[in-house]
Ligand binder design. Structure first.
Ligand code: F0G
Length: 460
C-alpha cells in the first residue's frame, strides 16, 4: 500500500460536496454536450479539472485579506508584494497582473516582432497562443526523454541544450528576443527542470546575448524536485534553491494561481529597466495602475503570504507526495500513467487505457466523460480532442504524440480519502475498459480552442 504523507495542516473551514447519482450524471453530461467544461461545478464530486486558482488559502492568508489597503495607488500591500517577490527572485522590477496569461501578453506584445522565435521546453497553451497572436513562432525544445510517457528520468522537463544552440545558429540571435523555461513543465506532464539544465541554458544564452526567462507558475514544486533528485542540493533549504534558480534568469512571468496559493493573480518580474518601463505603460492601459495591476490590495497581500508559505518543506513534501500517492495507487491497479509522476497532477495514458479506441475517436475524452459518469470526478483531456487539427492546405489531420487525461490536484483541498476514491474509480473503469466507446464531435469542431466549446456524442 503506498504511503500517504499527512496534511501539514488541520481543517477549520469546510465546503460541503455532494455526490450525484449515475442517472443524474447521465442527464447532466448529456445537457453539457459531453464537454466537462459545461458541467455546473456543484454537480462535480471531486474536481480535478485544474490546479489553477482552485487551492485553499491558509488562515494566515485570510488574515492578510482583512488587512487589504484598497487605496488606488501605492497601497501598503503593494510594498509587501513587491518586496517579497524581489527577495524571492532577486529580480528588480515587479509588475502585477491579474493572471499569468496577461503577463505573457504584456511581455510578448512588447518584445516580439513578426517571425521572431521563442524557444521553451514546452510552451503552455496560453503562452503559445500569446506568441502566435503577436506574430511570433513558439518552439518546443524539451529533451527527447520528455516525450516518452514510459521512460523514467528525474528531470524530464529539461530543455534540449543542443537544440537550443542549433536554434540560435539557425535563426540568429536577433530573431530570438528571449528563451523561456517552464518550471515545472505543465504541457510535458508537470515534469521538473534541473538546476544544471537551467545553468547550461544560461550559459548558451549568455554566449549569444539572449535573455532567459522562466514561466514560473510552479517554481516551488520544481525546487522541491531539485532538492530531492539533484546531487548537491539535498541539504539546501528550498528558499536558497529557489533563489539560485532565479539567479540564472533575466525575468519571469508567473500565474499566482498556482504556487502563490491564491485564487487569482500573477506578475512579471524583470531586471531590464527599459523593458519594465515599456510594459508598465501598457499595464496602465490594460490592467490598472502600476501598483495593483488588476488586483485588489487584499489579493496582493494573499499572494505575498502565499509565496512564502509555498516554500515550506513540509508543505512541498505533502504536495508532491499527494501526486505520487495517487500515481502509485493507480500503478497498483494497472492503470497506465505518464512516468515518473509529476508535481501537480497525474497524467493517465488514455491511448493505452483505451487501446481499442482510435485517436480519431478521442480515447482521452471518452475516458474523461466515462470517469464523470462513473464517479462524478472531473478531469481534463490533453490529446487529440484538444489538439488534433486539420491542416488547412492538405486537409490532413495532425494528431498529437500523446492522448492524456490530466488529474490535476488543487492545492490543500482534497485529502488522502478523496485520492483513494479517485484511484478506486479509475481502477473500476480500467477493469471495464473494453465496454467503453469512442466519441465524435457534433458542434464547433473547427474552433481553435474547441475543447472549451465543442459538443460531442458517443459512437455506439
Ligand atoms: N503557464 C503555465 C505553465 C500554466 O500552467 C498556466 C495555466 C499559465 C501559464 C497561464 O496562467 O491561467 O493564470 O492565465 N495553467 C492552467 C492549467 C490554466 O490548468 O494548467 P493563467
Amino acid at each position: 500500500m503506498p504511503k500517504y504523507i499527512p496534511e501539514p495542516f488541520r481543517i477549520k473551514v469546510v465546503e460541503p460536496i455532494t455526490k450525484t447519482t449515475r442517472e443524474e450524471r447521465e442527464q447532466i453530461i448529456k445537457a453539457a454536450g459531453y464537454n466537462v467544461f459545461n458541467i455546473p461545478s456543484e454537480k462535480v464530486y471531486i474536481d480535478l479539472l485544474t490546479d489553477s486558482g482552485t487551492g485553499a488559502m491558509s488562515d494566515n492568508q485570510w488574515a492578510g485579506m482583512q488587512l487589504g489597503d484598497e487605496s488606488y495607488a501605492h497601497c501598503r500591500n503593494w510594498f509587501h508584494f513587491e518586496e517579497t517577490i524581489r527577495r524571492i527572485t532577486g529580480l528588480k522590477h515587479v509588475i502585477p497582473t491579474h493572471q499569468g496569461r496577461v503577463a505573457e501578453n504584456l511581455l510578448f506584445s512588447t518584445v516580439l516582432e513578426k517571425n521572431m522565435v521563442v524557444p521553451n521546453n514546452n510552451h503552455f497553451d496560453t503562452t503559445r497562443a500569446n506568441i502566435l497572436a503577436n506574430g511570433g513562432i513558439p518552439l518546443d525544445l524539451v529533451i527527447d526523454e520528455g516525450k516518452d510517457p514510459d521512460l523514467l528520468h528525474p528531470f524530464k522537463g529539461n530543455l534540449n541544450i543542443d537544440k537550443l544552440e542549433d536554434t540560435i545558429q539557425k535563426y540568429g540571435k536577433n530573431k530570438i528576443p528571449l528563451t523561456m523555461i517552464t518550471i515545472t513543465n505543465n504541457s510535458g506532464g508537470g515534469q521538473p527542470v534541473s538546476m544544471e539544465n537551467i545553468r547550461q541554458a544560461r550559459a548558451v544564452c549568455d554566449r549569444h546575448g539572449i535573455p532567459l526567462f522562466f514561466d514560473a507558475c510552479r517554481f516551488a514544486e520544481n525546487a522541491y524536485f531539485i532538492k530531492t533528485r539533484e546531487k548537491g542540493y539535498e541539504n539546501k533549504a528550498i528558499p536558497d534553491i529557489v533563489r539560485e534558480m532565479f539567479s540564472y534568469v533575466d525575468g519571469c512571468t508567473m500565474s499566482a494561481k498556482k504556487d502563490a496559493l491564491v485564487n487569482i493573480g500573477g506578475f512579471i518580474a524583470v531586471n531590464d529597466e527599459r523593458l519594465a518601463e515599456q510594459i508598465k505603460e501598457k499595464l496602465i492601459l490594460i490592467e490598472g495602475f502600476l501598483t495593483y495591476g488588476g488586483l485588489a490590495g487584499r489579493d496582493l497581500e494573499a499572494i505575498a503570504r502565499g509565496l512564502i508559505e509555498v516554500q515550506k518543506e513540509d508543505y512541498l513534501a505533502y504536495r508532491i507526495g499527494q501526486a505520487k500517492y495517487l500515481g502509485d495507487l493507480l500503478a497498483e491497479k494497472g492503470v497506465p500513467c505518464l512516468k515518473p509522476i509529476g508535481g501537480h497532477a497525474v497524467y493517465v495514458n488514455a491511448r493505452k487505457f483505451l487501446d481499442h479506441i482510435p485517436q480519431r475517436e478521442f480515447p482521452g475524452q471518452s475516458l474523461v466523460v466515462n470517469l464523470y459518469l462513473h464517479s462524478g470526478i472531473r478531469a481534463v483531456e490533453i490529446g487529440s480532442y484538444m489538439f488534433a487539427h486539420k491542416d488547412p492546405k492538405t486537409g490532413e489531420v495532425n494528431y498529437p504524440d500523446m492522448d492524456l487525461v490530466r488529474l490535476a490536484l488543487p492545492r490543500r483541498v482534497y485529502t488522502g480519502g478523496h485520492l483513494d476514491y479517485v484511484a478506486d474509480s479509475l481502477g473500476e473503469l480500467y477493469a471495464a475498459r473494453k465496454t467503453l466507446h469512442g466519441m465524435r464531435i457534433t458542434e464547433k469542431g473547427e474552433s481553435p480552442l474547441r475543447h472549451f466549446v465543442a459538443r460531442l456524442e458517443f459512437i455506439k
